[in-house]
Design a protein around this ligand. Structure first.
Ligand SMILES: Nc1ncnc2c1ncn2[C@@H]1O[C@H](COP(=O)(O)OP(=O)(O)O)[C@@H](O)[C@H]1O
Ligand SMILES: [Mg+2]
Length: 215
């Protein structure tokens, strides 16, 4: 197996009223090329922090994270944004959409992929009838599915999904995970969740608690 993303003692420390808080503590982990890695942990355990660090969205306060052997810390801002734009697809925990654009426009605004692909993805997510709705005309679960389509467009090499099923019912949640898994390219799918029933298709599951990985 070929390592794609490697973290060594990755730590993310915040100061809270002068006291250190570890959102992530000495996380050492390898994500191999081609795998669906599930990361399971309760609320506040550091799941989002881990995903931000693994994708280079946040810099660690100590430790090392590499993508394809290259440390994120050695990349400049332009190189990091290029990576996010070209290689990575993200489903954030909060469904961030542009309020003045329709569902379809929000998906197609990504710099990769086509309008046809956006329509097809939204269809697979059960949103064919809502392509031209504005975000405030959609339910929370529908907005989350628009964000899933936006992450998938252009088939990014690595998909990061932060509780992508949190505002969906069980059936729609499983359908979203299935779609993410189907669209997994030869890169990787890294998904964090507090719901073990969403990780049936994962190749490997690791647990996080209090910012620490239990491998
Ligand atoms: N910007 C921040 N400043 C201070 N503490 C933070 C910050 N971001 C996260 N934390 C703390 O780090 C811990 C892990 O947060 P997070 O990664 O969001 O957990 P999860 O995604 O598992 O709910 C929590 O205790 C949270 O309060
Ligand atoms: Mg979170």
């Amino acid at each position: 197996m070929k390592p794609l993303i490697e973290s060594t003692n990755a730590t993310l420390e915040y100061m809270d009223h002068g006291r250190p808080v570890f959102a992530l503590h000495s996380a050492t982990l390898t994500i191999n090329q081609g795998e669906f890695l599930g990361i399971l942990g309760p609320s506040g355990s550091g799941k989002s922090s881990l995903l931000y660090v693994l994708s280079g969205l946040k810099q660690t306060t100590s430790g090392l994270v590499t993508y394809g052997g290259q440390p994120y810390s050695k990349l400049n801002d332009a190189q990091r944004s290029h990576l996010r734009l070209k290689d990575f697809g993200f489903v954030f925990q909060q469904p961030y959409l542009l309020g003045y654009l329709t569902a379809l426009e929000n998906v197609a605004v990504a710099e990769r992929g086509s309008l046809d692909e956006a329509i097809e993805l939204l269809g697979k997510l059960g949103l064919s009838a809502k392509l031209h709705r504005l975000p405030h005309e959609l339910s929370g679960g529908e907005r989350q599915r628009v964000c899933v389509a936006r992450a998938l467009i252009g088939s990014p090499f690595v998909l990061f999904a932060d509780e992508p099923t949190a505002s969906l019912d069980h059936k729609n949640g499983l359908a979203v995970v299935n779609l993410l898994n189907q669209h997994r390219s030869s890169g990787a799918l890294v998904m964090v969740t507090h719901d073990p029933s969403m990780l049936h298709e994962a190749d490997r599951i690791i647990q996080i608690e209090d910012g620490k990985l239990a491998l």
